[in-house]
Design a protein around this ligand. Structure first.
Ligand code: FA5
Length: 349
């Protein structure tokens, strides 16, 4: 075999070997290696081309043709495999690096009213339905409204019934956080003539130690009716009506004699326990009854203090704790749960 034939054969075999290596390259890196090996500077094909120098002049063209044919074959095989591997890599990266732009479901938490606010509003609705208007008064109050006009003269022992938080303003012990909503009675009677039918819900403050049913800040709702011919029967009927409206007609109201300086006669009222229906349980301390608040006929001294003629008008007033009603309706064992702003508590209702 001539040198030329040998070179032609080697060129053809390199072309086959190279095409085979390209087609077996599993990844772009492998293909780049094979490309260096079969088409690079120190490739076998280049060696063959160098060897052309040693071939007889008449046969050089034959070998040159075989070398360029082999090179063309190798380049075509390389390009074909490159196209396939690049397409594969693009698909892979499109899947692997894909940005997930879908948004997960977002939780929209719909708020609702706090149990105390709900009862506050329900109570207003019940009394507005009975023809009452809603009145308001300040939380920082003067002695006149909180005590004196309500027939608690200075030094009267009944003042001690309500442990007062005073504000350092004006004369000593003349300005205070109102201890009950009853001062709104006085403000209403001073500002408008009878007939008067108002309810006044709001905050009250006392130097009370926190326990399951007492908090230094709490809510009361006050009621006041002043008209000609109002009787104790009207008071009892009104209280019974709101208890039935709020708790159901099978819940009973009970009245016991009591004392408040600004009402005469005075009563304290209770309702049969909503949990045991009067049979006796822990909520009602086994009595079957739950105390709600105080009430009575407006004392003539109060009418005189605000300039209403007690010979012409009579009236009744009542006041009770909204927090207590909330505790009862929602089964809240400690009053502090209504106040400490824990959303996990509020979400239960
Ligand atoms: C009064 O406050 C009178 N002003 C009620 C009144 C109004 C009588 C009109 C006559 C005419 P008493 O101190 O009993 O009364 O309080 C009434 C209610 O307020 C109580 O029964 C209770 O439900 C609630 N209450 C009183 N103190 C607290 C407190 N520290 N925490 C929570 N609730 C309280």
């Amino acid at each position: 075999m001539t040198v030329a034939n040998d070179l032609v054969e080697r060129a053809e075999s390199v072309a086959r070997e190279g095409a085979d290596a390209f087609s077996r390259a599993a990844a772009l890196d492998d293909l780049a290696d094979a490309e260096r090996r079969f088409l690079g500077k120190s490739s076998a094909l280049n060696e063959i081309r160098e060897a052309i120098k040693s071939v007889e002049g008449s046969e050089r063209a034959l070998v040159g043709k075989a070398v360029s044919g082999a090179r063309a074959e190798l380049e075509a095989a390389y390009a074909a495999r490159l196209e396939v591997l690049e397409a594969q890599a693009a698909t892979l990266s499109a899947t692997r690096d894909r940005l997930d732009l879908t948004l997960g479901p977002r939780e929209y938490v719909r708020g609702h009213l706090h149990p105390v606010t709900r009862i506050w509003r329900e109570l207003e609705d019940v009394f507005v339905g009975l023809g009452y208007k809603v009145a308001e008064g300040p939380e920082v109050e003067l002695d006149w409204y909180n005590f004196e006009a309500l027939n608690f003269p200075p030094g009267h022992p009944a003042r001690a019934m309500q442990d007062t938080l005073y504000v350092r303003l004006g004369a000593r012990e003349s300005v205070m956080l109102r201890t009950h909503t009853s001062p709104v009675q006085v403000r209403t009677m001073e500002s408008q003539p009878p007939p008067i039918y108002v309810v006044a819900p709001g905050r009250a403050f006392r130097r009370d130690t926190l326990d399951a049913r007492h908090s230094p800040v709490f809510h009361q709702i006050e009621g006041l009716a002043v008209d000609e011919g109002i009787t104790l029967g009207d008071l009892l009927g009104t209280i019974e009506a709101f208890i039935h409206a709020l708790f159901g007609s099978d819940i009973e109201a009970r009245f016991l004699p009591s004392f408040f300086p600004f009402t005469e006669p005075s009563v304290e009222f209770a309702m049969s326990c909503v949990f045991c229906r009067g049979a006796g349980c822990t909520v009602c301390s086994r009595t079957g009854w739950v105390e709600l608040g105080g009430a009575g006929m407006v004392d003539p001294n109060v009418f005189t203090a605000v300039g209403i003629d007690p010979e012409v008008y009579t009236g009744f007033a009542f006041g009770f704790g909204i927090d207590r009603v909330a505790q009862l309706l929602y089964g809240v064992d400690h009053i502090k749960n209504l106040w400490d702003g824990d959303v996990r508590f509020a979400r239960q209702f």
